[in-house]
Design a protein around this ligand. Structure first.
Ligand code: ADP
Ligand code: ZN
Length: 594
């Protein structure tokens, strides 16, 4: 009997087909199991390279790997990328015109991958079809959809178990990026995978640089981010109106292509804007959180939040769309005290039994925003990992903030809010505390209060951050008319049993700096630019996005190493056999000419 293929053969195939030097993270563990015919649930974060764990074995094992995937758009992305690497792949969806060819190819055993949606997979006719050829593997993508515990339950996923049971000797590989233990256990049970088949990769996305700042001037802060990162970016905004407004402001301020995306746009416009973004190398899309699900664009260089996300889970998922190709990427959150104030008001409106949970969610998020320590450590601890204290790639690790004790100042603020009747906003309190005697102050008699003028000019710049910190902690809340009132347990602070410390606010940066970490691509390198230009031409001829031809990292390596022959070119990471054949000569010529 022939030996089943082993990991060494797989590594050789990885180099030949994909041009990657080695496996990443826990890919090797998953692939080893798959090649040995063991059913597996792989939990790996977005961008870890889940698809490769079935695509590669599919080319090595006899028979076809059936991939169940929930979204047609996602399937077609995968199909393009697989075919570009010379993998024999096809989809069976309502959007396909080549059914006959696909069925013939499947039956004759000349397909590596067959993608279908769960609705189709659960039909009797599909089961019959599967009986007509040899199967290598079932790969179930977005496997958390099978669990009611997951955030995205789809009843059709429940029909996959009977289908797979009908082909009991075909191994199963379930894939998901979902985090929680409960859902994992449920997926194993629902899909009939033994408990020892669980492979969990870490949640860290080391190439993403996390940065969280208070919002002072949104358009200016975002324009600076856009200037520092010329590649594609996503800006999440809280409302449709804000999306429209920011898209306009950013286009104006940066001169870059900027498009809006939200549920209020006609479906054609939405689809067109999304397609334009996927194909672009420099577009910024300003979007509500409706955008992102089912988008598989590897070269997104930044994700910005123009307001706080809903929770740490949402933040992790949304920022996870940056840097899937492993190149440096940035996640910038710009927050305001109002975001937290509004979120706390909304909690008061949900059913009482959900309030506690919602409050915890918000407190965790506040903890991430307020921490003077490593952001990544807070995130990973939230997902149950034990990360090192410092990651070296977040704002706080790169530029550790100094802490200042503001307990005294907090007391002054709280007592000013109290003594003025808990109905005035920040501006008025600031005047009272710093001793500005204007008409309104006099009309209310506030210049007579003991808190009038008790804040020194040195302390005055800290007032805003202190009020922000008190709001984040829920100690100051907004009244209906924009006033500030005491909330939560302020006694601890007034009596001195609890302290308040804030991170020292950075000196306001003037203009736009280049400080945000240099873009990874060599700016102004004529060879790199020429290679990009060539990639653009080849991509548009083939009707695919540029990253399907080559990722930026491959172009960068070409510009640095200047391969002069096809065999030197084949050493560049990301240049597999198929791409070498299709594009090698053209890129060699461009290198020789520049
Ligand atoms: P996921 O489905 O886990 O979100 P993908 O399968 O889309 O991730 O892979 C993310 C990116 O990582 C892809 O662009 C893929 O080409 C790349 N990739 C996968 N495996 C490797 C590897 N071993 N070495 C280098 N790049 C890889
Ligand atoms: Zn860090």
């Amino acid at each position: 009997m022939p030996q089943p293929p082993n990991l060494d053969t797989a590594r050789a195939e990885l180099r030949r087909l994909f041009g990657f030097p080695d496996f990443r993270g826990r890919q090797a563990d998953v692939i080893e199991r798959v090649l040995a015919g063991q059913s597996t649930l792989a939990v790996m974060p977005t961008g870890a390279g889940k698809s490769l764990t079935y695509q590669l074995p599919a080319t090595m094992l006899g028979g076809t790997c059936v991939v169940i995937s929930p979204l047609i758009a996602l399937m077609h992305d995968q199909l393009r990328a697989a075919r570009a690497n010379g993998i024999r792949a096809a989809t069976l969806t309502s959007a396909d015109a080549d059914w006959r060819e696909t069925l013939d190819a499947f039956r004759s055993g000349s397909l590596d991958l067959l993608y279908v949606a769960p609705e189709r997979a659960s039909q009797p006719s599909f089961r019959e079809l599967l009986g007509s050829a040899r199967l290598a593997l079932f790969a179930v993508d977005e496997a958390h959809c099978v669990s009611e515990w997951g955030h995205d339950f789809r009843p059709d996923y429940r029909q996959l178990r009977p289908l797979m049971d009908a082909f009991a000797d075909v191994p199963r590989l379930a894939l998901t990026a979902t985090a929680d233990a409960h859902t994992r256990a449920d997926i194993l049970a629902q899909l009939g995978i033994p408990a020892d088949g669980l492979v969990v990769a870490g949640f860290d996305r080391p190439n993403i640089r996390y940065a969280i700042r208070a919002r002072d001037s949104l358009p200016r802060q975002l324009a600076r981010l856009c200037d520092d990162h010329p590649g594609p970016g996503i800006v999440y905004a809280p409302t449709r109106r804000k999306v429209e407004q920011l898209a306009e402001q950013l286009a104006e301020a940066t001169g870059r292509p900027v498009l809006p995306y939200h549920a209020g746009l006609p479906p054609e416009t939405r689809a067109a804007n999304q397609a334009a973004f996927v194909a672009s190398e420099d577009m910024v899309i300003v979007a509500t959180i409706a955008f992102g699900m089912g988008i598989d664009k590897p070269d997104v260089r930044f994700v910005a939040h123009a307001a706080t996300p809903k929770s740490i889970e949402a933040y992790y998922q949304e920022t996870g769309r940056a840097g899937r190709d492993g190149d440096p990427a940035v996640a910038l959150m710009l927050w305001g005290a109002g975001d937290f104030a509004q979120a706390r008001m909304r909690i008061a409106e949900v059913e009482p039994e959900r309030q506690q949970g919602e409050r915890q969610r918000l407190d965790s998020l506040a903890g991430l925003v307020e921490t003077p320590g490593c952001r990544r450590a807070v995130l990973l601890r939230h997902f149950g990992e034990s990360p090192p204290e410092n990651c070296g790639n977040c704002d706080n690790c790169l530029d550790p903030p100094a802490m200042i004790d503001v307990t005294q100042l907090s007391r002054k603020v709280l007592s000013a809010a109290y003594r003025t009747g808990q109905s005035f906003g920040f501006g008025h309190l600031q005047k009272v505390l710093t001793g500005v005697e204007d008409e309104r102050v006099r009309a209310k008699g506030h210049e007579q209060l003991s808190v009038f003028g008790i804040v020194s000019p040195e302390e005055a710049p800290l007032l805003q951050p202190v009020v922000r910190a008190l709001q984040v902690r829920g100690l100051l809340a907004q009244t209906e008319h924009g006033g500030l009132r005491l909330a939560g347990d302020v006694r601890e602070i007034l009596s001195g049993t609890a302290t308040v410390a804030i991170t020292k606010p950075p000196a306001r940066q003037r203009g736009r700096s280049r400080r945000n970490g240099a873009a990874p691509n060599p700016v102004g390198d004529p060879l790199f630019d020429a290679l990009r230009e060539l990639r653009r031409t080849l991509a548009s001829e083939a009707g695919v996005p540029p990253y399907v031809v080559f990722h930026d990292a491959a172009l960068r390596a070409m510009a640095a190493d200047r391969p002069a022959s096809l065999s030197e070119m084949s050493q560049i990471p990301g240049v597999g056999a198929k791409k070498l054949e299709a594009y090698g000569k053209a890129f060699l010529k461009a290198i020789a000419d520049n």
